[in-house]
Design a binder for this molecule. Structure first.
Ligand SMILES: [Zn+2]
Ligand SMILES: [Zn+2]
Length: 560
């Protein structure tokens, strides 16, 4: 199909390689670039006040006229959440996404008043697109935990790249066709590198089917005589579908509690992925009009998030939903490791209020991952048989074990490439070699704006939260440069002033010493300013305070 002279193919695993989140990769050939996904991630606990991290698109920005398309594997925010910030920087290149992802993206864009600028096109299981002069993209239907999830096969004149996307091989999916095995099989012998997700690389066996989860939930809820409250992830649309079907079977009305759930179900109903009459849903404020056994409450907060519905219910601060004896709470979710103790405290409170609790266990599966386990991964590998693979979408340990899997399945060590964020790879038609790294340090986003929160701001927030703040207020004569009266001190979250008179006396004396030195210096040299005095106070005070208290509050000096 291609006739032009061959150039090197460049692939860059820009972001999302070493973690689960912030996915963004691109392929460059000649003067054209195609991007795959543009997600965000959530910051670690030490990043105070940061809402999201997004991929660093410096390289792409410098080459923005080359960008022909952004292809989206599926609608989860770790694959789409950064579009809001990235699109304006890159001049709004066209986006190609499955129907469901398209609806979710459009919803967000509407919220940000960007919809009129965004060019977004829907794709389906039959889609094959010519992009620019050099690319052809094939979308291959797979199963995940959200409808319209795809693997993407990208062909260029000098090599082909396969992106697995997030997937599992579900032999009995809840409300969608199975993975398109035939199309995957047709890729055999044509894939020069496959970027494979590593989320569950250490989990043996096969990921449970969504059908099994559906049946277990139906069985469990059928037996209940009281109210049933289910906590589920609003991003797992497949599960929400199952729960709504269970409500129909068990003749219960659905009550939705949590904004993200409302939105997810609204879009799923509009896309006809979930079909349900309006009369199936009732408002939170109306729950007392129904008998307990007529109610199925779906709520957010499976991770114990402070302001999410289930946590507010557990704290008895929910306006309409009060737990009482006979209620059953079902956690149809997994526990993210860093949330385990928070979730534990929440379920303690729930049980304390008299409710029963069911969690996902090996004996009773009421939650299934959307990411394949080792057996699913092996099936995918057998279908596509790529020449080389790159484990992505997971920390190094996950990717290391993913590599072990591929070795066990017969791949050669040199054909399994461990990559890094920002790493480029060059294909000369035959072998991949590492190219130069591009800038990939994530961009921090807080409520205030893009990337204007640098390391210093973060350090300040960390310091404030750990040690508080100590302010010295000095009244100084402009003319004589003498300190008038005594210094005043203000402490917030640092020391209790009344109990620290000794320390404050030392600080006061230190300030007089510094003032004395500074006065002498400024008489001898014109270059010495009041800023030098302030800096010296802050520097010396922090040394003294650290020596005396082993704490590092933020130290400020105000001269009036
Ligand atoms: Zn996903
Ligand atoms: Zn993902």
């Amino acid at each position: 199909m291609f006739t032009n002279r061959k150039e090197l193919l460049k692939l860059c695993t820009l972001s999302g390689t070493t973690e689960i989140g912030r996915n963004c990769n691109f392929v460059e050939y000649g003067d054209e670039i195609v991007m795959i996904d543009a997600g965000y991630s959530f910051p670690g606990q030490e990043m105070y006040g940061i809402d999201y991290l997004i991929p660093n698109v410096s390289y792409l920005k410098q080459n923005k006229e080359k960008i022909k398309a952004i292809l989206i594997t599926h609608g989860h925010l770790d694959h789409t959440g950064a579009l809001k910030w990235i699109l304006p920087e890159l001049g709004y290149p066209p986006i190609y996404a499955g129907g469901f992802a398209k609806a979710l993206i459009e919803e967000k864009m509407k919220e940000y008043h960007m919809l009129d600028k965004v060019k977004i096109f829907g794709v389906d299981r039959k889609s094959q697109l010519r992009i620019g002069k050099n690319f052809q993209a094939t979308f291959i239907g797979i199963n995940h935990s959200i409808p319209d999830a795809f693997s993407i096969f990208l062909e260029t004149p000098n090599g082909n790249v396969f992106f697995s996307g997030d997937y599992k091989i579900d032999l009995t999916p809840a409300n969608e066709p199975q993975t398109d095995y035939e199309k995957l099989r047709q890729l055999r012998g044509r894939i020069d590198v496959a970027l494979m997700e590593s989320t569950n690389a250490t989990n043996p066996g096969k990921a449970p089917s969504e059908k099994e989860i559906f049946e277990n939930l139906a069985e469990l809820i059928k037996k209940q005589k009281g109210r049933v409250v289910v906590a589920a992830f609003s991003s797992l649309i497949t599960r929400l579908y199952s729960l709504i079907e269970v409500a129909k079977i068990t003749k219960r009305k659905i009550v939705l509690s949590g904004r993200s759930l409302d939105q997810a179900i609204d879009i799923a109903r509009r896309k006809r992925y979930i079909t349900a009459e309006d009369s199936l849903f009732i408002k939170e404020k109306d729950i007392n009009k129904y008998a307990d056994n007529e109610l199925l409450l779906l709520c957010t907060g499976s991770q114990g998030e402070r302001f999410a519905a289930l946590n507010r219910i557990s704290l008895n601060e929910h306006k309409f939903i009060k737990i009482h004896k006979g209620d059953l709470i079902i956690m149809s979710s997994s526990e993210i490791p860093e949330n385990i103790s928070t979730i534990g405290r929440m379920t303690d409170r729930i049980i304390g209020l008299g409710a029963d609790l069911v969690k996902d266990t090996i004996d009773l599966k009421i939650h299934s991952t959307g990411h394949g386990n080792q057996e699913d991964m092996k099936m995918m590998y057998d279908l596509i048989q790529p020449r080389t693979v790159m484990p992505i979408h997971g920390p190094l340990t996950f990717r290391y074990f993913n590599k072990q899997n591929f070795l066990r399945w017969g791949m050669r060590d040199e054909d399994i490439l461990l990559t890094d964020d920002g790493q480029t790879w060059l294909l000369d038609g035959h072998t991949w070699r590492k190219g130069k790294k591009v800038e990939s340090k994530p961009i921090l986003i807080d409520g205030l704006g893009v990337g204007d929160t640098g390391d210093i701001v973060l350090k300040d927030r960390k310091q404030l939260s750990e040690f508080g703040m100590f302010v010295t207020v000095l009244n100084m004569s402009e003319k004589s440069k003498k300190i008038i009266g005594r210094p005043r001190f203000i402490s917030r979250g640092f020391v209790y002033m009344k109990g620290s008179q000794e320390l404050l006396k030392e600080i006061e004396n230190l300030i007089y010493d510094i003032h004395h030195d500074w006065e002498k210096q400024s008489q001898n040299s014109k270059g010495i300013t009041i800023e030098n005095f302030k800096d010296a106070i802050e520097k010396e005070l922090s040394k003294l305070i650290y020596k005396k208290t082993e704490r590092e509050p933020i130290i400020l000096t105000v001269i009036i």
